[in-house]
Design a protein around this ligand. Structure first.
Ligand SMILES: [Fe+2]
Length: 280
């Protein structure tokens, strides 16, 4: 599949529909369809139709509290009413939407406007567009920071390192060859940018959120920990994923730009209000 060169970030679709959110919550809570139907007072067939993406507001409003999801937010997602506000141009920052198999995977570049020193966050499915952006802007890529090590996020790591000579860093709970491990809490500097690291495990064993400050906007590069209107599945621990998102990401200043591994950019304010997992 060709690279998604020039894919406009304003048209990147949400990663998940309401049915994905319901499925992730049910799996995370260990609730079988039968138990969900019983506790919500709906039929098994109604649960299964919802899981297939057939939207019925009455059913969704009954399922939401059993799944500990915000009913209004889940309904808005189901009606297609939720779309996070685009943060607009951010000097010294670029979102790249790459293709990997049938998915769109995000990677990011942030750089110090004075020194033109840059850091990449994940590589996405391929790094053609990232390499072009580095070349066009005269940036020097110093570091490649990995949010987690699922294949779609690190697919181009070897090539990006080879073409740029940048060093690569990964959280020490997910060590991989070719990346230097660090313990969450470590801080990195890139010119006037400071990069703090927070452990946001749950989707993966050692997922890292990179908090980039000192640029034009505060950025939280979260990988698959959180999406606009959803979150990555709690493959390792659903409870841990929820807690980390709530306590570490959504506790950041409201205007923080959230840069997820899939789907559009969003903000802490938007997700506190509109993400069904966190909106009360
Ligand atoms: Fe992932």
């Amino acid at each position: 599949m060709p690279a998604a060169v020039g894919l406009d970030r304003r048209v990147v679709p949400l990663e998940d529909g309401f049915q994905d959110v319901i499925g992730k919550a049910a799996r995370g809570l260990g609730l079988a369809d039968e138990a969900l139907a019983r506790d919500a007072g709906v039929s098994l067939e109604e649960v299964r139709r919802s899981m297939r993406g057939e939207f019925d507001e009455g059913v969704i409003r009954r399922l939401a509290p059993v799944l500990h999801l915000g009913g209004d937010a889940l309904v808005a997602l189901g009606k297609g009413d939720y779309r996070p506000r685009d943060p607009g141009p951010i000097p010294g920052f670029l979102a790249l939407h790459t293709r990997w198999t049938d998915m769109i995977v995000n990677a990011y570049l942030a750089w110090d406007l004075r020194s033109q020193e840059a850091a990449a966050f994940d590589t996405g499915g391929d790094c053609d567009e990232m390499l072009g952006a580095i070349r066009d802007r005269g940036l020097r890529l110093r570091a490649i920071f990995l949010t987690h090590t699922h294949g779609d996020h690190i697919a181009a790591l070897a090539r990006l390192k080879e073409e740029t000579g940048a060093r690569s860093y990964v959280g020490d709970r997910e060590p991989i060859p070719g990346a230097e491990p660090f313990a969450a809490g470590a801080e990195f500097c890139l010119g006037s940018l400071s990069i703090r690291t927070l452990l946001t495990s749950g989707h993966s064993p050692g997922g890292i959120t990179y908090l980039v400050s000192g640029g034009s906007r505060l950025l939280a590069i979260v990988g698959d920990s959180l999406f606009a209107g959803s979150m990555g599945g709690g493959n390792v621990s659903y409870a841990e994923a929820l807690r980390n998102n709530r306590e570490k990401v959504l506790a950041l200043p409201a205007e923080t730009v959230i840069c997820p591994g899939h789907g559009p950019l969003t903000s802490v304010a938007e997700e506190r209000e509109h993400n069904p997992f966190f909106a009360s």
